[in-house]
Design a protein around this ligand. Structure first.
Ligand code: MRU
Length: 352
């Protein structure tokens, strides 16, 4: 499948009557491309919680449309009641996953729309427009990020990536995968090493899928092989996504990212995170203040195996994200440009 086809996979969209949210069920890839039609608060909550929709920007886009549909489906008798129910729905979705700031960022944007109105019909129309704006802005931001990222690569480069920060995790192109897809469209040749990304295997199931379908030379490795391929001189740069960038440049991303950053520093390989401004959280001073999601032990012990791979009584610790210290970052690639250290000063200069 060509890149054009890949980008045509619309991972999140309203149906033709704007009554349901259609998403790709990311838990079933790469074996099955299944679309889900969602409309209730429970379905929206579960989709985020179980990673049917995942990736920080995609969660934000999803939340925008979900709040529009929930507001539209209300039968409130007064604007006060409408607002009250809206806030309860938003709080419910916000509690689904804590680490990616794009979720609360999108919910706050939708909430602001409700606060600005006093009439239900007007508010619903404005909520629809806001959800579409969040989506369109993400397409624009990812395109710009991809261009900036591409400016750091040269034809023939090999890039290592961790987790999935491609079109499925965003709107179009993606963030960390965006420069590679964009470069490929322009006829450049890249090779990508994709970490499989234990325990939920986003690298194996999603990144290598997206890249292979786009016709990009991709090699899948286990997470613990990154050091060897770096040592062998195979990697020119590391590109990863992010779920929350703190004001000082520390950032949360999929568990294992910080280990890759430490390895890259050791081997002298440039290490970049790529993310839109919707992922930057100036209210979070440093990575120490980022809440790390803890997930079920089954994801480690039994989810991918016929038989559990550890005894019942063995405890598991399953943090879903880690924080990479800003000192390990070469630069942060955003839609407004490439930000170099000192990040606390330069992020503010560009965005505030
Ligand atoms: O748990 P996930 O799969 O939602 O984690 C996703 C990541 O860590 C991505 O790298 C991040 O959200 C950036 S997506 C552009």
């Amino acid at each position: 499948m060509s890149i054009q086809n890949t980008t045509v996979i619309q991972n999140i969209r309203l149906d033709d009557n704007a009554s349901q949210l259609i998403i790709v069920d990311q838990t079933l890839l790469p074996q099955k491309l299944v679309y889900l039609a969602l409309s209730t608060r429970e379905e929206f909550y579960t989709a985020i919680k179980t990673l049917q929709v995942r990736g920080a920007p995609a969660i934000g886009i999803f939340a925008g449309y979900a709040m529009y549909l929930l507001a539209k489906g209300q039968c409130a008798k007064s604007y006060d009641e409408f607002k009250k129910r809206f806030l309860l729905d938003a709080a419910c979705l916000n509690s689904s996953r804590p680490t990616a700031v794009n979720l609360s960022w999108a919910l706050k944007r939708m909430e602001k729309v409700v606060q600005m109105h006093d009439n239900i019909n007007d508010a619903i129309l404005a909520l629809r427009a806001e959800a579409i704006a969040i989506h369109d802005e993400d397409i624009d931001m990812c395109t710009r990020i991809s261009k900036y990222g591409l400016s750091l690569l040269k034809d023939g480069d090999t890039i290592l990536t961790h987790c999935n920060a491609g079109p499925l995790a965003t709107s179009r192109y993606g963030t960390a995968i965006g420069p590679i897809l964009l470069g490929h469209e322009k006829g450049l040749q890249f090779h990508v090493y994709a970490d499989e990304t234990r325990p939920l295997l986003q690298g194996a199931r999603l990144t290598s899928y997206e890249l292979a379908k786009a016709g990009i030379d991709v090699t899948l490795i286990c997470d613990n092989m990154a050091s060897l391929v770096m040592k062998q001189g195979k990697i020119n740069a590391v590109f990863v996504g992010c779920d929350r960038i703190a004001a000082n440049g520390d950032f949360a991303n999929k568990i294992g990212t910080s280990a890759v950053a430490i390895l890259a520093r050791y081997y002298g390989i440039p290490f970049y995170t790529l993310g839109p401004s919707s992922t930057i959280d100036f209210n979070t001073a440093s990575g120490d203040d980022i809440e790390i999601e803890l997930r079920n032990e089954d994801e480690i012990k039994s989810m991918w195996y016929k038989e559990p791979m550890a005894l019942d009584e063995v405890k598991c610790y399953n943090p879903s994200f880690d924080v990479t210290d800003h000192s390990l970052l070469t630069a942060i690639i955003t839609e407004k440009g490439i930000v170099y250290p000192p990040f606390d000063i330069n992020l503010k200069k560009l965005f505030l």
